[in-house]
Design a binder for this molecule. Structure first.
Ligand code: ZN
Length: 150
């Protein structure tokens, strides 16, 4: 089990050090910002849409390793897919990180995103890991502006 934890930590540290899809996107269709005041995580998300498909997505901001790695993995996971697919992934991710400790996690469809199952043990970290997803939802919903996890 600790080997698995090490592997998960390695994925998170790697995405924190070298975040994918980092930086502002030129001519985004949507932008939204997220703020997690409990930890101080801030991020801005840029989304380019072609009809209902996410053809481009990137982010920038500052925050802890979990929040940055989560945004990096999230952008990788939803890029190229449809809005419906991204929304379904949001629901699965949210269900995973809110599954009570000791209950099995349904991470079959989550791929690398399953590395965040471990944050369930740390309620504050759940907000760090979810920030990018809530910001994505705001961007796709067209709400824009800044969302807060509180
Ligand atoms: Zn954080």
């Amino acid at each position: 089990m600790s080997d698995l934890t090490d592997l998960y930590q390695e994925v998170i540290l790697d995405h924190n050090r070298r975040p994918r899809n980092w930086g502002a996107l030129p001519d985004p269709s949507r932008t939204a910002s997220g703020h997690n005041p409990l930890c101080g995580d801030k991020l801005t998300l840029y989304v380019r849409l072609d009809a209902d498909r996410i053809t481009g997505i990137s982010f920038e901001g500052s925050g802890c390793a979990i929040s940055k790695a989560s945004a990096s993995l999230m952008t990788d996971a939803v890029k190229g897919g449809t809005i419906d697919q991204a929304t379904a992934l949001f629901d699965r991710f949210h269900a995973m990180v809110t599954t009570p400790i000791g209950q099995p996690v349904d991470d079959a469809a989550l791929g690398k995103l399953a590395v965040f199952a471990g944050v369930r043990e740390f309620p504050v970290r759940v907000k760090c890991a979810s920030l990018a997803w809530h910001t994505l939802k705001a961007a796709l919903g067209g709400a824009g502006g800044t969302i807060k996890t509180e």
